[in-house]
Design a protein around this ligand. Structure first.
Ligand SMILES: [Zn+2]
Ligand SMILES: [Zn+2]
Length: 260
């Protein structure tokens, strides 16, 4: 049972009381403000602006806008995590993986094909590139975050705080973790040592050969093309009267003409 604070009539529910308030010629909000409002209620917990009144049972909203409400929820989650796990950014990785596997058959949401695809598309769209550059420019004075000295220092500081070294790869724990992951995955400590990788990139000689073969592709400059067309006009025949040579170890120049 609930009493009307003005006339003391009893009602079974807040709803019935709400209907009754009219007889006193005041609004629900006025009634609420006078008799039910708690201290600090009606003020956005995030930004301090006024919030909306929702009725006698709900009172005022905690936040003024969806944006503040979002931030507030994130804060709440962080507080719960801090209280429960001692870290506001705690994530139960095992649980996350399990849930993801169960739902999508992959161990990370980023591996869901559509998500992965869209993520790449979104991250590389012209719009997001521009936006990122603009943000970086105003924030750090450079379009590339990694070029900014303050960011470099910040990354180093974070790394020192988190791992005890300036660069993640200097940390013995990280190194041994990488090594053990490689051992598990590839059967060797460093994944450049696998036969598979070796086969893919080939020996040094193979790599040099490949580079040379690419360089050796007939690639005339404009001037050379013009020169060749003039030769042809004059009746010179390729591979009979003249030969084209391309860059190779033997001839470290771009195409040129050798006359027989
Ligand atoms: Zn009343
Ligand atoms: Zn707000």
């Amino acid at each position: 049972m609930i009493n009307c604070s003005i006339c003391q009539t009893q009602f079974e529910s807040i709803r019935k009381l709400s209907h009754h308030i009219r007889v006193h010629k005041i609004t629900l909000q006025e009634y609420y403000d006078s008799y039910m409002k708690k201290p600090n209620e009606g003020i956005c917990v995030v930004c301090g602006k006024k919030t909306s009144f929702r009725g006698l049972s709900e009172g005022y909203l905690e936040c003024c806008s969806a944006k503040c409400s979002n931030n507030h929820n994130i804060d709440k989650i962080k507080q719960v995590k801090l209280a429960r796990y001692g870290s506001s950014t705690y994530n139960n990785q095992v649980k996350v993986k399990e849930t993801c596997l169960e739902r999508y058959g992959v161990s990370s949401v980023l591996k869901i094909p559509k998500v992965h695809e869209n993520g790449i598309k979104a991250a590389h769209s012209k719009e997001s590139n521009n936006k990122r550059e603009q943000t970086n420019l105003t924030k750090y004075g450079t379009t590339n975050v990694y070029a900014s000295e303050s960011i470099k220092t910040k990354i180093k500081q974070t790394n020192i705080f988190k791992y005890g070294t300036e660069y993640v790869t200097q940390n013995p724990d990280i190194i041994s973790k990488i090594k053990s992951t490689n051992l598990k995955r590839y059967g060797v400590v460093c994944n450049l040592n696998t036969d598979e990788v070796k086969k893919k990139i080939g020996t040094k000689e193979v790599q040099i050969k490949r580079a040379n073969s690419l360089r050796g592709k007939p690639k005339h400059s404009k001037l050379e093309s013009l020169f060749e067309s003039k030769l042809n006009e004059l009746g010179y025949v390729k591979d009979q009267d003249y030969y084209c040579q391309y860059r190779s170890e033997e001839y470290p120049f771009y195409v040129r003409f050798l006359f027989s």
